[in-house]
Design a protein around this ligand. Structure first.
Ligand code: SAH
Length: 393
């Protein structure tokens, strides 16, 4: 039990009564004790009634809620949360199989563990903390994963890029368990060597699995451009879907070299694939009009609300070139993973790009994140991935 008590201002308990998992600093009346960032605190209403327990933070979000019950945050707590999350992924048939063993085990608020991400690649779990509280809890999280998921031998902690910079934690990424016997990850029957040590995020973009699978369906006989390919995710599905040719482009030379290695692993000596380390706009400007399936999966153009306008312009410009150059009868898969860009804003940016090109465009599919990245209904902000599949006449 925590000794620190956070009391809210009158009427500020309402969002917690609706199970929203954050307390904003402006809602706090007073704090009893002097919690440090990452400590557990109990939160009370102005009338003194218990509301929730969570991790204390310095910043506009002051507490991230772990439970709305007055419980101890102990071994049993972590094991219960991990078990529930794992059972869901088992229900989704994503775990430990010989067709798929790549999935997100913990998706922050979506799994009632704000600030924590865990991705699983075959027998390796990669933990990523976004808060000091989760950083302090990393060993308990790892122990719970290790005791519940028997097929996991390695647990890597990777939080250098995601922990609050000002907290000065001197974190060093590394293995909390294992680290020697690493198996190749499988996503819907395709093999991937994932580099969590040097790669982006936890090493792979697990969130595009279902959308990549949909792309496979459309790839038959098409000339595919996979722009912002990272380690090639969409390209593999296009290859397996019998695309005529597949070109993968990313500005990161390291990502392109991994793309080539992973292609070789799945489609040895297949000459349909080429990969280029180049800037997206440079490539798009000079490319011809030969592609009839284009994927645009850029990095988050807006990480903060105050750059939203520029981000929307970026999406519009990017999509405008694709609309101009895609072959008649072409299909465009276009995405935004910026949390601050709403579905409506993204559609508006893409639709104005389409209008600018003067082409007839219709929506075939409206895409989002997969079920192992669940959205907590009390935290709708958790819905971040938006995609459209468009037919261009
Ligand atoms: N579609 C990928 C994930 C894309 S992540 C998948 O399914 O795995 C976004 C990628 O965009 C990153 O790999 C990053 O290196 C790349 N990127 C960022 N800026 C870029 C630019 N200006 N031109 C080309 N690629 C860029």
């Amino acid at each position: 039990m925590s000794n620190y008590r956070v009391f809210l201002k009158p009427k500020k308990e309402e969002s917690l009564l609706r199970f929203h998992p954050w307390v904003f600093s402006g809602a706090i009346q007073k704090i009893e004790g002097e919690p440090e960032e990452g400590d557990l605190v109990n939160v009370y209403g102005a009338n003194g009634s218990f509301l929730a327990v969570g991790h204390y933070q310095i910043g506009s979000i002051a507490v991230r809620i772990l439970s709305f019950k007055q419980i101890n945050i102990d071994k049993d707590f972590w094991e219960e949360r991990i078990r529930i999350a794992y059972e869901l992924r088992r229900t989704l048939k994503l775990t430990g199989g010989d067709n798929n063993n790549t999935y997100r085990l913990i998706h922050g608020e979506g799994d009632s563990l704000p600030g924590l991400i865990v991705d699983v690649y075959a027998n390796t779990a990669v933990i990523q903390a976004h808060s000091v509280g989760m950083h302090h809890s990393r060993n308990q999280v790892a122990d719970a994963i290790h005791s519940i998921i028997t097929e996991i031998d390695n647990i890597y902690y990777k939080s250098d890029a995601t922990l609050p910079f000002k907290a000065n934690l001197n974190n060093e990424d590394g293995y909390l368990y294992g680290g020697t016997n690493i198996e190749t990850a499988l996503e819907y029957g395709l093999k991937f060597n994932v580099d969590w040590v040097k790669g982006q995020k936890t090493g792979f973009f697990v969130d595009q699995r279902e959308n990549r699978s949909l792309l496979e369906f459309y790839a038959t006989g098409r000339s595919v451009l996979n722009m912002f390919c990272y380690t090639g995710g969409f390209s593999f599905y296009a290859m397996r879907g019998n695309a005529k040719l597949v070109h993968s482009v990313d500005s990161s030379a390291k990502a392109i070299s991994q793309t080539k290695q992973n292609i070789e692993l799945n489609f040895p000596e297949d000459t349909r694939h080429e990969a280029y380390a180049e800037d997206a706009f440079k490539y798009l400007d000079k490319m011809g009009e030969n592609y009839d399936l284009i994927i645009l999966d850029p990095p988050a153009f807006a990480k903060h609300r105050n750059v939203l306008r520029n981000a929307l312009q970026g999406y519009r410009k990017l999509n405008a070139i694709a609309f101009e150059k895609i072959k008649p009868g072409g299909i465009l898969f276009t995405f935004s993973c910026s949390q601050v860009v709403s579905k409506e804003n993204f559609r508006l940016a893409v639709f104005s790009a389409a209008a600018q090109s003067g082409r007839n465009v219709r929506i075939l599919h409206q895409l989002t994140q997969p079920a192992d990245h669940p959205v907590n209904i009390y935290h709708p902000e958790g819905e971040y991935l938006k995609g459209l599949v468009l037919f261009v006449e």
